[in-house]
Design a protein around this ligand. Structure first.
Ligand SMILES: [Zn+2]
Length: 220
């Protein structure tokens, strides 16, 4: 996942190897001598000296404590509740098959709501991406490219990645071979022909997650 851009004053949570989660304030990017990679300067109360930490170990803080997106509704619970097989009719093939949605680990904002991401070539199967509970269709549209990129980074791009562009389709991610089928490649993403989305609000997510938990508890 691409690291989120922090700005001065942002509340962040740093996962310290010995001390565990430390809530702090982001100051700036920093470039320590002889170190490769991205580093950030953060201020952690009550320490007087600012800390230089790997930017990849920082997460945006939510609320007033050392909580980060995903704490309230962990991805494992979402997967248990939403990765349920269903019988879908394929858009591209005209026949039906069993499909299972895929819950991505990427988080946008507080991650309390979900966006169903349908690509034209893989619908009605879909990816679920955690989004901020304040997001409307406007924010999802504005972040559409970033959402698709995050799914590709986690799940891969459908189609064989070739060293040279294919003679036929001129693409290094060739999808014209006989073996290729967009639905079989899922959850690797085929977003060539665009897609659509719908939002599952926070209250529905909580109902589904806790309803699922209750059913599992009753079955045990
Ligand atoms: Zn090709």
């Amino acid at each position: 996942m691409t690291s989120p851009a922090f700005k001065n004053g942002d509340k962040v949570v740093y996962n310290h190897p010995q001390l565990g989660r430390q809530r702090g304030t982001y100051i700036a990017q920093t470039f320590p001598d002889g170190m490769e990679g991205l580093f950030s300067l953060i201020h952690v109360e009550p320490f007087i000296n600012d800390w230089t930490v790997p930017t990849g170990a920082l997460q945006r803080a939510i609320g007033t404590r050392d909580m980060v997106a995903g704490d309230l509704v962990p991805v494992s619970l979402l997967k248990a509740a939403y990765e349920v097989e269903f019988l879908g009719t394929l858009w591209t093939h005209g026949d039906s098959g069993l499909m299972t949605p895929y819950v991505c680990s990427v988080v946008f904002g507080n991650g309390l709501a979900l966006a169903r991401i349908f690509t034209t070539n893989q619908r009605p199967n879909y990816h679920l991406v955690r989004i901020d509970s304040s997001w409307t269709e406007v924010e999802v549209s504005q972040n559409w490219d970033d959402i698709l990129t995050a799914i590709e980074e986690e799940c891969g791009i459908a189609g064989e990645c070739l060293d040279e562009p294919c003679d036929n389709c001129r693409d290094t991610i060739c999808k014209c071979g006989e073996d290729y089928s967009a639905d079989r490649e899922f959850p690797a993403l085929d977003a060539r022909d665009g897609g659509s989305f719908s939002i599952i609000p926070y209250t529905d997510v909580i109902n589904v997650v806790f309803g699922k938990k209750r059913r599992l508890a009753l079955a045990a």
